[in-house]
Design a binder for this molecule. Structure first.
Ligand code: ADP
Length: 713
């Protein structure tokens, strides 16, 4: 009622009472009409018609604004007709015309003659001789101290409206305010609900698959449906992060666009990828960001674009583009929906990519597993075989299905000493390796090198057994051993004959014999000594490998053994102009050794040193006593031994560069290790700072009791 006071002078006259009654009825009708509607458009249309009718206006408009003062909805009636799609049209009026003035000043205005008022935005139709508005009333619509819109009523004749009309329009506007506000809030909540529903539906559909191509397709479908557009495309950033690559598209030219590259920053898509926020370009011809190159390429015409980034874990990984809305222009929510789907798409694409990568890795692992030339078994901690590759089935001679019903105990290759009871030693995470004999299905025995370790499969600890078939290596070793024993047996007795014959010859040869003959005899003697040393080494190796003890140990002076060894190789060293420097102290504790064997060890090391040291260089021998052992070393100026080979050169038949360098059998160091270890010592190689190799070994110091004890083994 207080509203009416504004235009009801006090005390009321007769005709004023009529106005009051008519106004009261009007207000009552308005509030009743408005209370029944929640839809913003209906509310606006009703308010507009009621107002026009009551002030006798020929046309009218209402513009509704959001909280930032931007027009979001409107109603425009010309005569009896309601115009559609007017918000955009009224924007100019609002920005530059009367409605804008009313809004900014929050004040109702009466314009008796539009041609004389600056606040009126003149249009061609407003000319005196045309039918456009000549008089106008405009009032702000507010509710709860908030300005939410402007209502403007016009007439084609000047001076149509009075102050009373203005007061009435203001009263209606005030009355309508709450209804408009409610309807606006309702529309907002409806809008949000629509957006949320669209996003929820999209989320459910997009995440229902993990196949990347499917995910992309579903993203496009969801956008097409939600935004009602002619074409949707999706581009992902390439790994360099400098280009977008189109990965999927709908529409007639979809195949042509796939694979197309756009640099970051170019076109609307490139702009969105760079700026990291979505945009709507309602008219591409008016936006400089639009790049027509793609249209030209595809023979397509893009009128309007909505584009939003695709994000995954805060990073932009691509963009979504929706082109040409089917219903003319984009809905105000289009960007909200597109941006929402962009976030969903990011997660879905990432999951699908990870899943594809996982599958590819799994496939690779499967192929490696299946194609491995080694047999691989996966068991649980009870030894049940859970997986077996092709090679395992082949080696064991059982079909994989049958293998999966067996335990590894059936195969006899588990070395309890190495892996411990119930495989306990494997729980440390280390790979344990040992040689074993596999029992195949047909009963044959296959020598294998076993590599066992714990592996984690899907969070559950399992055991992995790799079985390398070493039959060939074993056969080769056996052949070599057979060959060696054959050589040794067949050489031994003729060699003994040669040695004794040479001895006899030496004693028979007169003091003053021909020096050439003497020298030749000398060469023959030394060469035979070498062959004898070699055969003795082989004999000793066989004995020691068969765990036989060293039989003839005695006290000996290190300096003496070293001197004899140097003497044996002196001609070899002289031939290469090498100096063999003996730094072994004369005064040293005696060692308890098989002198002949240890002399051969030192000769072996010296021969290697001479072989691998360049001519005219120096080889040095030294020794040092510890509490109960003596360390002797042979140091050369050769190429040295790489750290990774320092252990394995002591194995039988190991030669580092068999194709180049001096020839050999790869047995010398193996003999040395066997001999030294049988004496209770150690042998190893170091690389001195000055280069070359330094082979060192220890020998036990002779004690009083040694003479009586049997040799340690
Ligand atoms: P062989 O000398 O008959 O080949 P060895 O068992 O004596 O066999 O030595 C094994 C391998 O170790 C050799 O082939 C060589 O590659 C390497 N080696 C041994 N001694 C030396 C050394 N002093 N300097 C460099 N390499 C050596």
């Amino acid at each position: 009622m207080s509203i009416l006071r504004k235009f009801l002078p006090d005390p009321p006259q007769n005709n004023e009472i009529k106005i009051t009654r008519a106004s009261l009825e009007l207000m009552y009708n308005i509030s009743r009409e408005l209370a029944a509607a929640l839809d913003l458009r209906t509310v606006l249309n009703r308010v507009l018609f009621l107002s026009m009718k009551n002030v006798g206006a020929s046309s009218g408009s209402i513009i509704v604004l959001d909280s930032s003062g931007q027009p979001i909805e409107s109603a425009l009636a010309i005569g009896e007709r309601i115009q559609e799609q007017t918000t955009q049209q009224l924007r100019a009026t609002f920005e530059r015309g009367l409605a804008g003035w009313v809004f900014r000043h929050n004040q109702a205005v009466l314009i008796p003659d539009t041609s004389r008022d600056e606040r009126w935005l003149r249009r061609p139709d407003d000319e005196v001789d045309r039918t456009g508005p000549k008089s106008a009333v405009s009032a702000p619509i507010s509710a709860r101290d908030q300005l939410i819109g402007v209502m403007t009523l016009v007439h084609s004749k000047p001076g149509t409206f009075t102050q009373e009309h203005l007061a009435l329009v203001q009263a209606i506007a005030d009355q309508a305010g709450v209804a408009v506000l409610n309807a606006r809030l309702y529309a907002e909540s409806q809008r949000q609900a629509r957006v949320m529903t669209a996003l929820a539906e999209s989320a459910a559909t997009i995440t229902a698959t993990l196949k990347l191509d499917d995910v992309l397709l579903r993203i496009l479908e969801q956008i097409s449906q939600a935004l009602r557009v002619a074409v949707v495309s999706l581009a992902l950033l390439d790994p360099s992060g400098k280009e977008l690559v189109f990965r999927a598209s709908t529409g007639p030219k979809s195949q042509d666009i796939i694979g197309l590259r756009i640099p970051i920053g170019q076109g609307v898509a490139g702009w969105v990828a760079r700026e990291g926020r979505g945009i709507i370009v309602p008219d591409t011809s008016k936006d400089t960001r639009f790049y027509p190159g793609v249209d030209q390429l595809l023979g397509y015409e893009t009128r309007a674009i909505a584009c939003a980034p695709i994000r995954s874990r805060g990073q932009i990984i691509g963009v979504l583009e929706a082109l040409n809305p089917l219903e003319g222009s984009f809905d105000p929510d289009a960007l909200l929906v597109l941006t929402g789907i962009g976030s969903l798409a990011g997660t879905a694409i990432r999951h699908a990519q990870l899943f594809e990568r996982l599958q590819a890795a799994h496939q690779r692992y499967r192929e490696l597993f299946e194609d491995s030339i080694d047999s691989i078994l996966i068991t649980d901690w009870e030894g049940h075989i859970l997986e077996a590759n092709r090679q395992a089935a082949l080696l064991i001679g059982v079909h994989t299905d049958k293998l999966l019903q067996m335990t590894i105990d059936h195969l006899n290759f588990v070395d309890k000493n190495t892996v411990g009871p119930r495989y306990a030693n494997l729980s440390m995470g280390e790979t344990l390796s040992y040689e074993a004999t596999l029992q195949t299905h047909s009963g044959t025995q296959v020598p294998v090198q076993v590599y066992a370790r714990e592996v984690n499969i899907e969070g559950v600890p399992h055991l992995q057994w790799i079985l390398r078939d070493i039959s060939e290596r074993k056969n080769l070793d056996n052949m070599r051993n057979d060959l060696l024993s054959m050589i040794y047996h067949d050489l031994r007795s003729p060699l003994a004959n040669v040695v004794s014959s040479l001895d006899v010859l030496e004693t028979l040869m007169a003091e003053d014999a021909d020096p050439t003959k003497k020298s030749l005899l000398n060469i023959a003697i030394r060469s035979t000594e070498r062959i004898q040393r070699l055969t003795n080494n082989l004999l000793d190796m066989r004995r020691m490998e068969a765990d036989q003890p060293i039989s003839n140990q005695a006290e000996a002076t290190p300096a003496q053994i070293v001197a004899e060894a140097i003497e044996a190789v002196s001609i070899m060293a002289e031939n290469k102009n090498q100096a063999v420097v003996n730094r072994v102290p004369l005064e040293m504790p005696e060692v308890w050794v098989d002198v002949d064997m240890i002399r051969r060890v030192i000769i072996n090391l010296l021969e290697n040193a001479i072989k691998y040291t360049p001519a005219e260089s120096e080889i040095c021998l030294g020794a040092e006593a510890q509490e109960d052992s003596v360390t002797i070393w042979v140091q050369d100026r050769g190429p040295g031994i790489p750290p990774e080979d320092r252990e394995r050169i002591f194995e039988k038949f190991i030669r580092l560069h068999p194709e180049e360098g001096p020839k050999g059998l790869g047995l010398g160091l193996a003999f040395c290790r066997l001999a030294i270890e049988k004496h209770g010592g150690k042998i190893w190689v170091e690389s001195p700072e000055e280069g070359g190799s330094c082979f060192k070994f220890t020998l036990p110091i002779a004690s009083k009791t040694d003479e009586n004890r049997t040799t340690s083994s």
